[in-house]
Design a binder for this molecule. Sequence first.
Ligand SMILES: NC(=O)c1ccc[n+]([C@@H]2O[C@H](COP(=O)([O-])OP(=O)(O)OC[C@H]3O[C@@H](n4cnc5c(N)ncnc54)[C@H](O)[C@@H]3O)[C@@H](O)[C@H]2O)c1
Length: 345
Amino acid sequence: MKTGVFPGKFLPPHRGHITAILRAHALCDKLYVVISERTVEDGDLCRQAQLPYISGVLRQRWLSQELQGLGIEVLLQNDDASPPFPQGWGEYACQLKQTVPEPFSVIFGGEESYRDGHNQFFPGIDYQVLDPQRTQWPISGTEIREHPYKHWDYIAGAARPFFARKVLITGPESCGKTTLTRKLAKVYCTSWSEELGRDYQHDVVGGNGDLFDLEDFNRITHLQYEQDVKALRSANKVCFFDTDAVVTAFFSDVFMGQIASRVESFIDPAKYDLVIALKPTVPWVADGMRELGTPEVRALSFDKLMALYRHYGFATERFVVIDAADYYQRLEQCIASVEQLLCGG
Ligand SMILES: NC(=O)c1ccc[n+]([C@@H]2O[C@H](COP(=O)([O-])OP(=O)(O)OC[C@H]3O[C@@H](n4cnc5c(N)ncnc54)[C@H](O)[C@@H]3O)[C@@H](O)[C@H]2O)c1
């Protein structure tokens, strides 16, 4: 029985890592992937790339998603107490032997320069180097952190939702949100999450808004969240959202005179990288389910919705407000703001 260990930072995991891990797995009977987390150093690396901290647990979740079902165990090791390399070799070696729950006979890696250290601090354990020139996937974690959109295809699938830019298109009824969201998704060849409250109203309530009850808005928020997560999983650099929980809170208040109890727990001002707010300056389209059609009510709805965003901690002064009265201009303004969001990545 040959047991191997594949250590790394995996900040973030990419195809080079995954392929090397799978090769290592083919060379032994049991493989442990060990994520080495140094919160200060790793935190600095994320900050330098202007990314939120990618915690060890998050990396463990991503790698576990990627490798599940293959008999590879993903472990997390906190190396905060070890000095940096090369002084930290001894502590690192001790810690690794404690983290892995059984004796191992081989350590895999891609760095020839670590061989002497391995020979000294892991006596009797082979050090096997795989693809040291990174010929198959010429990529590093540093390159991905600094330019995730340029190197998008290398990012491990499970980590892509973290890196995908999230764009919310919001606004009151009949301002072209759904069409614009679909068009933007097509322009950027990516996924989007459509508002499902209207389908819910059609399918469950029979189209008659008077028949809503408060619990319906809790369900809508939850279903929308699930759909958003699914859309994000297949995003190509950017993902578009046709609605959010603030809009559901708004309609809960319109129909029921109060906000359903669980809606607020889905409101997250930090979720979106860009919020595009559409003003109701295009013609009203009656579809049998819309309620708020007069020009005065439409303008008031927009103001009320923005006030609700402020109430929930959104920085509405950073919203891109689209007030052009024609669809061509609206689309152009949206594309320009998305371009700005993605540029430099
Ligand atoms: N930094 C040091 O001087 C040093 C010294 C000794 C041990 N270590 C330990 O070694 C482990 C690896 O650290 P790291 O910073 O190199 O981790 P990492 O997350 O950057 O990489 C993990 C492993 O994948 C390999 N790899 C990376 N990109 C690849 C690609 N495109 N194709 C094929 N293989 C690729 C790396 O060579 C490494 O072996 C860590 O556990 C670390 O603590 C580091």
